[in-house]
Ligand binder design. Structure first.
Ligand code: FES
Length: 199
């Protein structure tokens, strides 16, 4: 029985069709499977491999190269606290210690309810709002211990569900087709409308 849902598989086939070479869809398909399961399960890796014409080992080798792809289970929300220089100078180490205490896990761990994985991160490129935290690739800056706790509570209660999709879904708007040269000036234009509101 297939592991990827019918919907995920249909979307995967659409994505494969956007590229001249099937294997070029590898990373988007990994994100798609992660969107479904929260991490790249071995069954999903096998099906992705079949879809793009690679071996499961090749898919896994690629996936393990990228921090944004998880080859082991992680929490619904991946909280990444930057402790690089700008954030460190504005209290990131204290913030990380507070996060470990309030969540009850050391950096690298996942809460027992499976809601949060905490990690210490290098610069997440939001230095102007240090100290910064990324949650499923969404940015939160200028955090204090109190505002961190509020953020966690908002995530736990679902109040941020519209802003921070579970499992790190990357996109808010999906494109339906590829690119084409569509203007007299030779400008490259998007070929189709987008589906606003999709995460
Ligand atoms: S140093 Fe923390 S976001 Fe750049």
């Amino acid at each position: 029985m297939a592991h990827l849902s019918e919907e995920t598989t249909a979307r995967a086939r659409e994505l494969v069709g956007l590229y001249p070479h099937r294997r070029s869809a590898l990373i988007p398909l990994c994100h798609l499977a992660q969107e479904q399961d929260g991490w790249l399960r071995p069954e999903a890796i096998e099906e992705i491999a079949a879809l793009v014409g690679l071996t499961p080992a090749e898919v896994l080798a690629t996936a393990t190269f990228y921090d944004m792809l998880h080859t082991e289970p992680v929490g619904t929300y991946m909280i990444s606290i930057c402790t690089n220089i700008a954030c460190m100078l504005r209290g990131a180490d204290d913030l990380l210690s507070h996060a470990e205490e309030s969540l009850g896990v050391a950096a690298g761990g996942t809460t027992t309810d499976g809601m949060f994985t905490l990690e210490e991160a290098e610069c997440v490129a939001d230095c102007g709002r240090a100290p910064c935290v990324q949650v499923n690739h969404r940015f939160f800056g200028g955090l204090t211990a109190d505002s961190f706790d509020t953020l966690v509570e908002d995530l736990r209660s679902g109040r941020l569900a519209a802003d921070v999709p579970p499992h790190g879904t990357l996109i808010r708007v999906r494109r339906n087709g590829g690119l084409r040269v569509g203007t007299s000036t030779g400008e490259v234009a998007s070929s189709t409308a987008t589906e606003a509101g999709e995460a």
